[in-house]
Write a protein that binds this ligand. Structure first.
Ligand SMILES: [Mg+2]
Length: 214
């Protein structure tokens, strides 16, 4: 069975589009002021986890509990994040062609799994490895190994990694012995080995993988 591991945020789903709206809705729902909103927009720019909301409550001395705010944020993010129909269809075609599909993501397990469920991705994915569950982050090879294992295959048999982060996804995938497809956008660091393919959209990556099957 062929293996492909996908990054989640910025690859299968557009987190950047969703999180600003989720933060605004959260602040509206809980009556948080513009300073708290600006703090959240800045602090959650790359990712969010429960600890961020404990810090928020400390900094702004808030009434609702941090756990309640975190659960509220997860609900609003799940409502805001979508996966495009053509991406879901492409993944279904990959599976039908015999690929094992994993998601490896640097993020908290609870919110990342909620997003996978809410977007319809969960039913198309064989295995998920979230960094927050283990305190192991991409580019650490162990997260790639876990992703492969959870798909029921061995990383030693090779496969592909698709993602938007040069160091975490492409550098990490390369070190893990995988061929890589980079979704261009971020600056490419000096000295990092080139990706095997570079694309503008994840559907282009899926097309490349489907051609590999033939
Ligand atoms: Mg990403």
């Amino acid at each position: 069975m062929r293996l492909v591991l996908f990054d989640l945020d910025g690859t299968l789903v557009d987190r950047q589009l969703a999180y600003g709206g989720a933060v605004a809705d959260l602040c509206h729902r809980y009556g948080l002021g513009p300073e708290a909103e600006a703090w959240l927009i800045s602090e959650l720019a790359d990712r969010a986890n429960a600890v961020d909301f404990f810090r928020l409550c400390e900094v702004f001395d808030l009434e609702p509990s941090a756990a309640e705010l975190w659960r509220g944020y997860i609900d609003l993010m799940v409502a805001a994040v979508t996966c495009r129909a053509e991406v879901l269809e492409g993944l279904a075609r990959l599976r039908a062609a015999g690929w094992a599909i994993g998601v490896i993501t640097n993020g908290a397990g609870d919110i990342q799994r909620a997003k996978l469920a809410g977007t319809g991705l969960a039913s198309l994915v064989d295995g998920v490895a979230a960094s927050g569950d283990l305190e192991i982050r991409k580019p650490d090879r162990r997260l790639f190994e876990l992703g492969a294992t959870r798909c029921g295959v061995s990383l030693a048999d090779g496969g592909w990694m698709v993602g938007d982060n040069p160091t975490g996804d492409i550098g990490g995938g390369h070190q893990a012995g995988l061929r890589t497809i980079w979704l261009r956008g971020r600056p490419w660091p000096d000295g990092l080995p080139a990706a095997y393919h570079v694309v503008d959209d994840v559907t282009d990556a899926i097309t490349i993988l489907l051609a590999e099957t033939e």
